[in-house]
Ligand binder design. Structure first.
Ligand code: C2E
Ligand code: MG
Ligand code: MG
Length: 545
């Protein structure tokens, strides 16, 4: 009786598969949810049983599973090793005896869903046996296709609908490329092509057709879904590099296609790839810095210039880098803006700001703190829940002590989500202010619907207002509009007493800027408030408390 064995590894962190042997991944399709809470046998046995079409009878003790079919049996041996608290590395061996062994072998090379191979052929397999003379200079293009926002499609159509879309993508891909091109499904929503071409233009033309076909609406469950696809391409003389290396290059290139907005083709560029690797290293360093507590918040005062009172502080993140010194956000925030790390940094900043506000309160300084929230962070489904948890740790803090600043550009991009976000924050006693206002061209209608507590005039207009009549006109316009809509305004970039005077003359009395104070270390704040309020630069107008 023939025997076939498949050995695989899966690394599961926080309930998600983060790494798997391609074979293993293709063979097992997993239920979503918290996998690492489950004995692995419970996950593997049904998945393997389904694929092997043998009834899952027999012993499942969490480590070793034996499945028996009518004519043959499948033996699953599982070993797990806990790597970190949230990660487990599982290795397993599937042994099939009897006729199903063939199916196991097929499955180990083919993706069960689309029936495509799960890897590209090797260079040797791709090379024509006897290349014609004039074909010697032929090149090989390896393309990595990644469906944009496929997660949304899956959510909208459900897993079965998502599977149907993937099968249709596979079908369209095969139909769109020449017969001798290789097509593979190399990941969940990732496909690869390998084809011989004569020039870059030839690949471009072909991919244009491929993308057009994939962009046709998919009709499913009486709904129509559209897909966009990003493509990375590695193009080389045939045989110069193994297909796996070219595929890695193509995968690096797809990152740039995605970053440029998706739905496009990007060719691999070695310099760019190196830059990307450096950025990845730098991100890793940020992650380490967060774990080591190298980040801190500086606090820049916001004042009522007319009354000479401090109204609160803006928390601005700084990185005390052990080698590079104190780094400003411009040196590291842009690197993580599109990355999960920005959520962690933001969450840390929220926790730190409420801790600081509570500490000041304990020592008699009652003031509010505003925290900048990145677009990606605020759209996180559990943002409000986390915000509530941070606040719950300090019940002594009153409503309004914590404030959030969000960018005008975020509000324009995802209006409905941002409107819900603002309402939910308000319900927790956290007002939301629109930062850098004037840079995003938001329409008046939008603004009327967004319940923001205040608009923060962008510093570029404020700084220029003394010399540039156009900047002054923009500020004037924003102030009139804000007044009409009943929104407070605060100016950032108040670089001098003269800026403050000019703003007050236009009716804007709240300000923040170097002319008042640069961002301060937390321990300077209580004294600074006393110093400022005892001798405010603009005096104290009539009627102020
Ligand atoms: P922002 O929220 O618009 O913050 C104001 C920036 O302007 C701060 O720069 C502040 O130091 C600077 N500034 C204030 N007054 C003046 C002035 O009179 N003249 C000039 N030239 N500059 C002034 P900083 O600290 O470098 O922060 C830059 C940006 O980084 C912030 O812009 C904000 O968008 C972002 N950022 C800061 N902290 C965080 C954070 O914790 N999380 C996130 N996601 N972003 C942050
Ligand atoms: Mg801000
Ligand atoms: Mg700003």
């Amino acid at each position: 009786m023939p025997t076939r064995t498949l050995v695989g590894h899966l690394k599961i962190c926080d309930g998600q598969i983060v790494w798997a042997d391609e074979d293993a991944y293709a063979l097992l399709d997993f239920p979503s949810g918290s996998l690492d809470d489950m004995p692995f046998g419970d996950v593997l046995a049904p998945a393997a049983a389904r694929l092997m079409q043998v009834p899952a009878r027999g012993a499942v003790d969490g480590r070793s599973v034996e499945l028996h079919g009518r004519h043959e049996s499948l033996l699953v041996d599982v070993r797990g090793e806990r790597m970190e608290d949230s990660c487990v590395l599982w290795s397993f061996t599937l042994t099939a005896r009897g006729g199903r062994g063939q199916r196991l072998e097929l499955l180990s090379r083919h993706d069960a869903l689309t029936r495509l191979p799960n890897r590209l052929p090797s260079i040797e397999e791709l090379a024509p046996a006897h290349p014609p003379e004039d074909e010697v200079e032929r090149m090989l293009a390896v393309c990595y296709l990644d469906l944009d926002r496929f997660r949304d499609v899956n959510e909208a159509l459900g897993p079965a609908g998502g599977d149907a879309v993937l099968r249709e993508v596979a079908r369209r891909l095969k139909a769109a490329v020449p017969n001798d091109a290789a097509v593979a499904r190399v990941g969940g929503d990732e496909f690869a092509l390998a084809l011989g071409v004569g020039s870059q233009e030839e690949v471009e033309q072909l991919l244009e057709q491929v993308l057009a076909r994939l962009a046709h609406p998919f009709r499913l469950q009486e709904r129509s879904t559209r897909l966009r696809t990003s493509v990375g391409v590695a193009l080389m003389r045939h045989g110069e590099q193994p297909t796996e290396v070219m595929l890695q290059h193509a995968q690096q290139a797809v990152f740039f296609a995605k970053r440029a907005g998706g739905g496009q083709v990007h060719f691999f560029d070695a310099g760019q790839a190196q830059e990307q690797q450096e950025e990845a290293r730098e991100r890793q360093r940020i992650q380490v810095g967060l774990a080591l507590g190298e980040f801190m918040l500086a606090y820049q005062p916001k004042v009522d210039m007319r009354c000479g009172r401090v109204i609160g502080f803006e928390a601005l993140v700084r990185w005390q880098h052990p080698q590079r010194g104190l780094l400003q956000p411009a040196a590291f925030v842009p690197l993580i803006e599109d990355h999960e790390l920005v959520e962690r940094l933001g969450d840390w900043a929220l926790g730190e700001a409420v801790r600081q506000a509570a500490q000041w309160l304990d020592t008699g300084t009652r003031t509010s703190i505003s925290v900048n929230i990145s677009p990606r962070h605020l759209l996180r489904p559990d943002f409000i829940e986390r915000l509530g948890l941070h606040l719950a740790r300090y019940p002594q803090l009153q409503a309004g002590v914590l404030e959030l600043e969000i960018l005008e550009t975020t509000a324009i991009k995802d209006f409905a989500a941002v409107a819900d976000f603002i309402v939910a924050c308000q319900a927790l006693g956290v007002p939301v202010v629109m930062d850098d206002f004037g840079t995003g061209y938001s329409s008046l209608t939008y603004l009327r619907e967004l319940p923001v507590a205040a608009l923060k005039l962008d510093q570029s207009f404020v700084r220029g207002m003394l010399d540039d009549p156009e900047d002054e006109a923009i500020i004037r316009g924003i102030l009139v509009m804000a007044r009409g809509l009943g929104r407070k305004t605060i100016a950032e970039g108040v670089e001098s007493v003269a800026h403050g005077d000019a703003l007050m003359a236009l009716g804007c009395t709240l300000g923040q800027g170097y002319g008042i104070a640069k961002p301060l270390a937390a321990d300077r704040v209580p004294d600074w408030i006393g110093e400022f309020e005892s001798a405010p630069p603009w005096g104290r107008a009539d009627g102020c408390a």
